[in-house]
Design a binder for this molecule. Structure first.
Ligand SMILES: NC(=O)c1ccc[n+]([C@@H]2O[C@H](COP(=O)([O-])OP(=O)(O)OC[C@H]3O[C@@H](n4cnc5c(N)ncnc54)[C@H](O)[C@@H]3O)[C@@H](O)[C@H]2O)c1
Length: 423
């Protein structure tokens, strides 16, 4: 039976955590009686955010600096994790072992082993672990998903995606702002942030449900962008100006899937450039291509005038709108990266209330996160292919059916929106 109210503990209150906590508290039926950050002022700030939220009903709220204490002391239904990349999995494993459903912010895995631990802990405890990949809920990604499932691209052959975001200041100011990215770029070399585009691509390609990723090859360029930024902004004598960063400025990875599709991923955060997730979908009937967030193009047989030149996709997107976005626009699109943050949080809250499988499950979480650890291995060997584990242990060829629902990203579930438009 659906729970009308659920109690969610919140761990990690940096910039992202604070924003996500505010948004989570706008969802009816969600209470956050416990917050945690290892920086005490941030934990305190979390408590204030809860008490200042519009739906706050006066329940007791406690703040912690150790997530294990929070888990031990509180009576909760779930845990939401917005810590750093290298701590998400540990906190999630502790949460599931204590009987809590878990959701965690995006980021790559530190090791293949921690991904297996996530899978085994979820299987052993019956508690879910959901990666909060908000890009699966972006308006354009959802419309494209529907177009692919409607057959407009024909058979999908190749996809591309990137995290191309000039983060030179955020990375370089990591010590001042107690931000986790800097140490990763200092010490690691690989596809550090794969899931923003890989998530939507895996859903298109039915990865873990009839398809799977087999191998990855990653090649890293030299590292020069952060040194120049530090030279200009911090001066010649600053340690980061002279530091030999491990992370290549542009890391390019190619993944091969069981049914022959290829996926090209780009990680590119240390050079001046406009933001883009560089989404490309290519099938036997045509192509979609993102140049920047505002320059979206497509050429599809029977849909555009010709396939020999591009037409603007943004203008025509309403023709292909996903039913969730039709509903969302009628309801009023909420804050957070154009609205997708509220949708992914609603999907999590709904799964906790239903005590049921989330739209992105532990197999998605593990197989998307593991790309980071594997790409580090491949880049270290000059691009040698590295096998990608099958976290479903063979079940990808015959998985039990997924749960359909309003927030499903494994199919377009029209039946949950019937009658919505007339209301
Ligand atoms: N989906 C998105 O669009 C999006 C956007 C921004 C950030 N993120 C992700 O959100 C996460 C957080 O990002 P951020 O920018 O706030 O990072 P951050 O490094 O600024 O904040 C992380 C916070 O977690 C705390 N923390 C770390 N380990 C902890 C532990 N074991 N217990 C308690 N607290 C702990 C740190 O003290 C810090 O306050 C990252 O994984 C990031 O990649 C996602």
């Amino acid at each position: 039976m659906k729970k009308p109210v659920v109690r969610i503990g919140f761990v990690g209150l940096g910039g992202r955590g604070q924003g996500m906590l505010e948004l989570l508290l706008t969802i009816p039926g969600v209470e956050v009686p416990a917050v945690c950050d290892r920086v005490p002022e941030r934990a305190q700030r979390g408590e204030e955010i809860v008490k200042q939220s519009e739906l706050y009903s006066g329940y007791e709220v406690r703040s912690y600096v150790d997530h294990r204490e929070l888990i031990k002391n509180e009576r909760l239904d779930a845990l939401m994790i917005c810590t750093t990349w290298i701590s998400h999995a540990r906190v999630a494993i502790d949460g599931m072992r204590a009987g809590l459903h878990t959701a965690m912010e995006v980021g790559g895995a530190a090791s293949v082993e921690e991904c297996w631990q996530l899978v085994r802990t979820s299987e052993d405890t019956g508690k879910f672990c959901m990666i909060l990949e908000n890009c699966c809920y972006d308006r354009k990604e959802m419309a494209l998903y529907k177009m692919v499932k409607d057959g407009l691209f024909g058979e999908i052959v190749h996809c591309e995606g990137g995290y191309r975001h000039d983060l030179r200041d955020e990375i370089s100011l990591g010590r001042e702002n107690i931000h986790g990215r800097l140490f990763n770029f200092m010490h690691r070399n690989g596809e550090l942030y794969p899931t923003h585009q890989l998530g939507p691509i895996c859903k298109l390609l039915d990865v873990n449900r009839g398809n799977r990723m087999l191998t990855i090859c990653s090649v890293a360029s030299k590292a020069a962008g952060l040194n120049r930024w530090n030279l200009i902004n911090k001066g010649e004598d600053h340690d980061l100006t002279r530091y030999h960063f491990a992370e290549g400025d542009v890391v390019t990875s190619i993944i091969k899937c069981a049914h022959g599709e290829t996926i090209l991923l780009n990680h590119d955060c240390c050079l001046p450039r406009p933001y883009s997730r560089d989404y490309v979908i290519q099938g036997t009937k045509g192509i979609f291509k993102e140049a920047t967030e505002r320059e979206l193009r497509f050429a599809l047989e029977g849909v555009t005038e010709t396939t020999h030149s591009y037409e603007d996709f943004g203008e025509r997107l309403p023709e292909f709108e996903h039913p969730l976005w039709k509903w969302y626009q009628t309801e009023g699109v909420k804050a957070g990266h154009g609205g997708m943050d509220w949708l992914v949080l609603s999907a999590f809250a709904e799964a906790v209330k239903e005590d049921a499988e989330p739209p992105m499950d532990v197999y998605d979480t593990a197989s998307w996160m593991v790309i980071t650890a594997l790409s580090e291995q491949s880049a270290a060997m000059g691009g040698m292919p590295v096998p990608i584990p099958d976290f479903t242990n063979g079940e990808w060829i015959d998985r039990k059916p997924f749960r359909r629902g309003k927030f499903c990203v494994n199919a377009v579930c029209d039946e949950f929106f019937e009658g919505e438009e007339e209301q």
